[in-house]
Write a protein that binds this ligand. Sequence first.
Ligand SMILES: Cc1cc2nc3c(=O)[nH]c(=O)nc-3n(C[C@H](O)[C@H](O)[C@H](O)COP(=O)(O)OP(=O)(O)OC[C@H]3O[C@@H](n4cnc5c(N)ncnc54)[C@H](O)[C@@H]3O)c2cc1C
Ligand code: FES
Length: 271
Amino acid sequence: MSSSVRQTKCRILQHECDGNFRRLVFEAPEIAALARPGQFVHLLCGGTHDPLLRRPLSIYRAEADQVAVLYEIRGRGTALLAEKKPGDLVDVIGPLGTGFTLPDSPTQQIVLVGGGIGAPPLSFLASTIAKSFGCERLTTMIGAQTAEKHICADEFRGLSVDDNACLLATDDGSCGHSGLVTDILRERLKSESLISPMIYACGPTPMLKAVALIAKEYHLKCQVSLEAKMACGVGACMGCVIKVHNGGGCKYVRVCHEGPVFDAEEVVWDE
Ligand SMILES: Cc1cc2nc3c(=O)[nH]c(=O)nc-3n(C[C@H](O)[C@H](O)[C@H](O)COP(=O)(O)OP(=O)(O)OC[C@H]3O[C@@H](n4cnc5c(N)ncnc54)[C@H](O)[C@@H]3O)c2cc1C
Ligand code: FES
């Protein structure tokens, strides 16, 4: 494990149900000091080693001595995690993986494109961008299945200079644009209300692939945060590999170690 990664038993400070999601805050000063947007923590969800494998969750906030994650219950691991109460300990390894790379120039337009549970790391990124560069050039576009499944929308609105800088989409039309969040991205680029923005995206793989294709079409720089099923989470087991372009060929890289954030043009999307 790298010297910039910690494994610690962290005291849970808050654990709240927020609609379809859970917000878990734990005390982890060393992880908080090192964490960057796009990195994740690997948690033991049960009391002992059941389930044996940790579960990866993106860092949603890292402030002072606290780290927060936002998650939805998908299966056994996250269901067991949801039973933990303030005062309990949770075994955490982190911060893991690469984070997003911030733009070099404060004058660069920035677009964040999120889908579903991909929103929390983008919320952390948005607040970091706001602190470094201000919000004037920041646009967020977030999609979800329904209005109830929108996550962090108020935070994105709070960082927007006006209504055009925070755009929501839902599959069922219950909030914002009715359809895909990538429809909004394409429309904004076509109408030239966004000029050569840097794109950051996190969400389901089909959405990331669509964003990558749009970025390629418009010759835009784009970083995507990928999901993969993980075992060790620290680069040792090769259980999370994906294919990336390498010269004229391809090679395998680990999502937990070389990722989860990649340049969109690096990724081989068709498999
Ligand atoms: C880098 C990274 C960051 C993540 N950040 C978050 C986050 O901030 N919030 C959040 O809610 N979830 C996040 N996830 C997904 C989260 O790790 C899985 O939902 C969790 O591991 C499921 O564990 P489980 O035991 O509850 O479900 P399981 O019983 O393991 O699986 C339940 C269902 O979820 C699917 N699944 C399990 N793991 C993954 C995965 N990694 N990617 C896609 N599908 C999966 C399974 O195929 C199955 O259909 C992240 C995943 C990665 C790789
Ligand atoms: S999960 Fe083991 S190498 Fe990535």
